[in-house]
Design a protein around this ligand. Sequence first.
Ligand code: GLU
Length: 293
Amino acid sequence: MTTTQRQKPVFRFAPSPNGPLHLGHALSALINQDMAGKADGRLLLRIEDIDLTRCTPDFETGIYHDMEWLGISWERPARRQSEHFGEYQAALQQLIGRGLVYPSFMTRGEVKTKVASHEAAGVPWPRDPDGSPLYPAEDRELSEVERAERLSAGLKHAWRLDMRRALEAAGSNLSWTDTGDGERGIVEADPAAWGDVILSRSDAPSSYHLSVVLDDALQGVTHVVRGLDLFHATSVHRLLQVLLDLPEPAYHHHRLVTDASGRKLSKSEGDTGIAELRAKGLSAADIRQLVGL
Ligand code: GLU
């Protein structure tokens, strides 16, 4: 890396190859490209493929193809998260060693049943900003002996951040600076709203939250430009950045492309897929226009 490169602002587009790219991705990639261009910055592409059950090489190839067709240039090679599990594991071990992370043993089904029986009694269960129930307290409260017994018995487990301890360890008030289409300026982070977030699953050695903050730091990303659907996740990212002593990037959470009923697009919606639109004869310029750029 040359000195000039090191000083330039660094942007990244970070799709998951678990489906075809759609208009929402195109908007994000194009905004990244436009902002990087204006700032005389660099644009990186990161393939977020930690979920090995849903991500496929074909979808990854589709991403490269769609990006090229859209006229977006990025620095090669793209970073592929599945090639860096060791780095995420090392950070996880560090947090485990500091007593900020604990093993959790409840399956999704068990959590669901627990929440349902609680709510059947008329008491709402607390939920995170995405609407998922917060993880119950039981595993956090297990004694060290019980924990060790379960681990040595080989029980399937994930690793979760002990939010209360993590907040104590991070100390100061957490915030970030946002220049996007939602709340702007200095935004107060509220990681507690997410409860004891998962950092590593039994079937995936890292979580989105852990790998995204580590990669942004490892790749020297200075500007995180992504959709407003990830606005609240930034609270968790800021907490992890402080705990792991990682630099704080600038954030820009942009508007989302919505369907006719105002819902955020998902990868399953065929009529908005970039490859489908290309096959129908649309040009890259048409896509720009369709996403309102
Ligand atoms: N991989 C995430 C997604 O496809 C985006 C992550 C990010 O930009 O921080 O939704």
